[in-house]
Design a protein around this ligand. Sequence first.
Ligand SMILES: Cc1ncc(C[n+]2csc(CCOP(=O)(O)OP(=O)(O)O)c2C)c(N)n1
Length: 314
Amino acid sequence: MSTLLDDLHQMWRSRLLEEKIRDLRLAGEIQGSVHLSIGQEAGPVGACSVLGPDDALFATYRGHNWAVARGVPVEGILAELLGRETGVNGGRGGSAYFSDVAHGFHGENSIVGAGAPLAVGAALAGKYDGSNRVALTVFGDGAMNQGAVHESMNFAAALDLPVIFVCENNGWSELTPIDDMVRNPILAERARAYGMLGERIDGNDPAVVRDRVGDAIEAAREGGGPALLELMTQRLVGHYIGDAEQYRRPGELEAAKEKEPIAVAKRKLAAAGVPQNQIDDAEARAREEIDAAAATAQAAPLADPSTVKEHLYA
Ligand SMILES: Cc1ncc(C[n+]2csc(CCOP(=O)(O)OP(=O)(O)O)c2C)c(N)n1
């Protein structure tokens, strides 16, 4: 149960970071569009725990949880979103575009599906630079219908490249439900067409994600080629902050709250006899860390506009 308690703590770090981001966005301290993945914390926590330091992770605009699980410091993330000089990209990347290569977080991306070809490139480069790097790219169920994702899967399979394609299936592409977009809702089955492993798994259980992603990584590193893992999960919030969510079906959110990973982990720990104070402590420690990081980030100087042309290349 100690692993689950650790996972719960990590999931609280993500959840509370995003709640802080939401509050700062609503208060006008963070500018621009912000996409939260509250409810989807188990996938990043499980998957990132089996990535090695040289492995490369590519996320989307809904990438805060993946960054924090990958080890990007929360203060650097908050400072980035607040447009501070101390942000991981000096305040230039914002919520949807930040990266932290030093921590193996090769960036978010607002172009749906665009992380997939980048991950294939990173895996291919790893074949030549001797790093034996695995590249993991995460995207939503909507992105599964992008051509670039399919080209990437085929290319990675044909060349036995170590790429783990993680599809976070939260059932929604912006405001469109998955049933309106595909005839076969089991997206993992598409992997068979490319001759690679495809599995649909419980994306709300960090241990299951750790186990299945861990096996896929091991196989890929040994030359077994790529895998597609479909993580079944749910977002408890709108597509972006400000989304009125009028498209939600009656009872959907209530049902989702029963299944969401923090609620499940707390129930499991209590059922296993873990004392309530230890369960509560996982949240309290995370809250202390996020509050302190936000205060430090807010006190940092704003990025200096005169340096905006630095780090540009063409
Ligand atoms: C190439 C491209 N097409 C369309 C869009 C507009 N768009 C932004 S988010 C989104 C939905 C993506 O849904 P999904 O892949 O399921 O990810 P989720 O938002 O659920 O994490 C779309 C279509 C885009 N950003 N890029």
